[in-house]
Design a protein around this ligand. Structure first.
Ligand code: HT7
Ligand code: ZN
Length: 847
């Protein structure tokens, strides 16, 4: 039935000592020759090589042609029976033909704007040549590229270059998913890095001619990341050369191919006029992420794709730590947790819930999820918190020492932590193998100077997992006194039982608890509290995360009450006034505290109480709260807006970026008072994309952006990445009743290049984020979205399948909306020739 099971893992019966490849590049008929040096591992076995969409032109075993009867060829590969094979080592040569120009799936070797490039993770190498396309087969690669194009790149170090050819040799054995090839007319922005042990590494960022002016930030980010990995993890780079290439057509963000990272151009190119502060921060983080994979992913890789979070969870944890260190740590944690809750908690609460290490899949591309990545990172973070900084570093040192050059499992990883700490982590391992977000309820008692916290944990059932034994949960707790002084500093409680109590003795007054500081575990904390106490924590908590958290939950509860017809909580309205006026707090932090929870978050909170969420009521409540706050604190909003102006030349650093975010956060409130006059003025005066797009967003949400949109398009019409922002801002923020019509019109524009994933995501992905617009009661939002998924699927199944997750929340809404969503999923399922990717997703979504 096409299901792959973790329990059926078997080692590959052959070792591949090396693979030597020659590419003769041509758009319609590229010829790929491969010579594999193989040796049986133990006993005789059939040789199976994966291969898809390959035209086999020649096959030689030990230098002699293999007759057609000696092997079998299917749609998925090539098998040579054991009796045809010699007992000892042997060579196998194949020559195949492929057509990169016709590859629209962007997996394997494909073309993007005249550039040849590859994407092999997870299983794309099998579309290039016959090979055991699995991560536990690691081999040395030698690559020769023949083409008249000026720049010919592959992994490792260059070993030969002539007119029309180049040869590359990668000294580090690697799995096929890390193979890469790029060929085209490219320009480099170059720099260098000297490693801690004194080796010089050449660095290049390769882009299309004309884009060189927008590479400096990416290069500097790479240098920062290389330095940080030496300092924080003791990891040095291991080749003479590190290349990054930007391509325009890419299914995801970037790819960590050994020595030749390939990036979606939107995550490389940046200039103040074209990129926002958020773009800059993300570019820096993704450059770091892919670089960090050199050790966590490449030198130590995954035994099989079930172990994906071994490299991804760890590498996300590493890139988040990097950003915390080079920018404002507290704010970064807030942003990461907000994103985790918006995406991963949502996934965990719906039909797509799965553990960070799943145990079965149909299409592995569907498991590059927020659970594998972001929850995987939280699980590593909990290990770091349980062991402390030195213990964590000792464990990582042991991991690199013990497993360098290997393809590993989560069990190997946990064992390293057990050996480094002497602790038993068998219960902790549940975080990796079970789905679902634990709910952590807490009650409190205070008697005779002893304060007691009584915790109960419970994880609701998820698809295929009814029983949920208790988890090992690190709970960071601090206690505050009545005037905000710290009575007890942060202490890490370790909960391992279903119910567990913790006592704090010798207290003169009843404390106010600050629980789950820094979001010490990915759980839903439930505590009966008062708006007054939350307002107190928002004003006084010494843990910045929990300070933000208090304001966030106050806002969420206020909005939930308003969506059900209630009035805003006075404590919340007051608390916002204090935050606005608190000039001692960092501007970026103040902005984060002022921004209201999104409509999707409010819908999730309402649905989690068993009530059907009403998108229109939620939208109206959020709008009403903005108006109420703006009216009540107008002067303070104006003062904060004006105080956050950033004069002088643009810098993407955290300081000025934080000020701009405060300015834009306050602008949105003020627009409800001045009919967008300030936003219009800022739009006209803006000299950077952050303010230009920020002001435009406010105007679109206010419904008065026609002139500004036209001006923006006139200026940026020739810059596809900027026009993605123009499309996205309209799709996300156009008032709900007009959104579907607008998106349909923009999509129908003959200039809309929907086959490019960035273009498609900017418009349709943006629309799915327009909560009340997408979840329209008449089903028109679902129908439009479905039309486009069905259209994209035959060309690019991976992206179509990823985007189908827009439907993962359909059970939150009323029966009418549910029926429309089910009809949409049924229509996709009934589409003839549906891809395996999308078929798996709609099956799970509907189930
Ligand atoms: N490891 C990379 C994952 C990736 C990918 C996976 C499937 C299809 C296309 C892809 N492009 C990149 C990126 C990363 O996590 O670093
Ligand atoms: Zn990654």
């Amino acid at each position: 039935d096409g299901v792959t099971l973790l329990s059926e893992y078997k080692p590959y019966p052959f070792e591949i000592e090396s693979i030597s490849m020659t590419f003769r590049l041509a758009p319609e008929a590229t010829v790929v020759r491969a010579e594999l040096k193989l040796a049986p591992r133990a006993g005789r076995a059939d040789l199976h090589l994966d291969g898809e969409e390959l035209t086999l032109r020649e096959i030689l075993l030990g230098g002699a042609p293999l007759p057609p009867g000696a092997y079998t060829l299917t749609k998925t590969g090539l098998t040579i029976l054991a009796e045809q094979l010699p007992e000892g080592p042997f060579t196998l040569e194949t020559e195949v033909e492929i057509a990169p120009a016709r590859n629209t799936a962007l997996e394997g070797l494909y073309m993007s704007n005249g550039l040849y490039c590859t994407q092999c993770e997870a299983e794309g190498f099998r579309k290039i040549t016959f090979y055991p396309d699995r991560p536990d087969v690691m081999a040395r690669f030698h690559v020769r590229i023949e083409s008249d194009l000026p720049v010919l790149l592959s992994n490792g170090n260059p070993v030969g270059l002539g007119k029309g050819w180049a040869e590359w040799d990668d000294p580090w054995p690697k799995p096929a998913y890390l193979f890469a090839l790029v060929a085209g007319d490219l320009r480099a922005t170059s720099g260098e890095f000297t490693t801690a042990s004194g080796r010089k590494v050449d660095l290049n960022i390769w882009v299309r001619p004309g884009d060189e002016t927008r590479c400096d930030f990416a290069l500097a980010s790479l240098q920062r990341a290389m330095k940080w990995d030496e300092e924080a993890y003791g990891r040095e780079y291991d080749l003479d050369l590190f290349n990054i290439v930007a391509v325009d057509d890419f299914n995801m963000g970037a790819m960590e191919n050994k020595g030749l990272n390939i990036f979606n151009s939107k995550l490389v190119l940046a200039s103040p006029e074209t990129a926002t502060d958020t773009d800059y921060e993300r570019i820096e983080a993704v450059i770091a992420h892919e670089y960090f994979h050199n050790w966590t992913g490449n030198r130590i890789t995954c035994r099989d794709w079930f172990q994906l979070c071994l490299k991804e969870g760890l590498t996300v944890f590493r890139d988040q730590s990097f950003t915390r260190d080079v920018r404002l740590g507290a704010l970064k944690r807030i942003e990461d947790v907000a994103a985790l809750r918006a995406r991963q908690f949502r996934e965990d609460a719906g039909p797509l819930a799965h553990p960070p290490r799943p145990s079965s899949y149909k299409e592995i591309n569907n498991f590059y999820t927020t659970t594998v990545y972001e929850k995987g990172a939280e699980v590593v973070g909990m290990l770091a918190r349980l062991l402390g900084p030195e213990g964590y570093r000792a464990a990582l040192d042991l991991y690199f020492e013990r497993h360098d050059g290997q393809a590993c499992t989560i069990e190997d990883w946990i064992t390293v932590f057990e050996d480094a700490s002497g602790r038993d982590l068998s219960q902790f391992k549940l975080w990796y193998v079970q789905a679902g977000t634990p709910r952590l309820r807490v009650a409190e008692r205070f008697e005779n100077g002893t304060y007691t916290l009584d915790f109960v944990q419970e994880t609701p059932p998820t698809p295929g997992e009814a029983e949920k034994p208790p988890r090992h949960i690190p709970i960071a707790v601090g206690l505050l006194g009545p005037n905000g002084n710290e009575l007890r500093p942060t202490e890490m409680l370790e909960m391992t039982q279903a119910r567990q109590s913790f006592r704090f003795e010798g207290l003169a007054v009843r404390p106010v608890p600050s629980i789950l500081r820094g979001f010490s575990a990915p759980v839903l904390l439930e505590r009966a509290t008062t708006p007054a106490e939350q307002a107190f924590l928002l004003a006084h908590d010494t843990d910045p995360f929990n300070r933000w958290e208090a304001g966030r939950s106050l806002a969420r509860e206020t909005l939930m009450a308003m969506a059900e017809g209630g009035a805003p909580a006075p404590d919340y309205l007051e608390a916002v006034g204090q935050m606005l006026a608190d000039e001692s707090a960092d501007p970026g932090f103040r902005a984060a505290c002022l921004r209201l929870p999104g409509e999707d978050e409010i819908a999730a909170a309402i649905a989690s109480k068993g009530v059907a969420a009403d998108p229109d009521a939620i939208h109206a409540a959020r709008r009403k709260l903005m108006e109420t706050l703006a009216q009540k604190h107008e002067a303070a909003f104006v003062a904060a807006y004006e105080g956050a102006a950033v004069p002088g030349p643009y810098s993407p650093d955290a300081g000025p970026a934080g000020k701009r975010s405060l300015r834009l956060a306050t602008l949105a409130f003020l627009a409800t008072r001045d009919s967008g006059a300030r936003a219009q003025a800022l739009f006209e005066a803006a000299e950077n994309m952050t303010e230009s797009l920020g002001a435009l967003s406010v105007l679109v949400a206010e419904g008065g952006a026609a002139a500004a949109l036209a001006r923006f398009a006139a200026r940026w019409g020739a810059e596809p990445l900027v026009m993605d922002k123009w499309r996205s801002v309209q799709a996300v923020l156009t008032p709900p009743e007009a959104a579907a019509g607008l998106v349909a019109r923009l999509a129908a524009d003959p200039g809309f290049e929907w086959k490019n994933p960035n273009r498609f995501r900017s418009l349709l992905g943006g629309f799915a984020a327009n909560h009340a617009g997408f979840h329209r009661a008449d089903g028109a939002g679902y129908a439009l979205y479905t039309d486009w998924l069905i259209r994209l699927d035959p060309l690019n199944p991976q992206t179509a399948a990823r985007m189908s997750t827009a439907f993962e929340t359909w059970r939150r809404y009323d029966a009418t909306r549910q029926a429309h969503a089910q009809a949409a999923l049924a229509r996709i399922a009934a589409t003839p020739g549906l891809s395996r990717d999308l078929a798996e997703m709609v099956g799970r979504l509907a189930g």
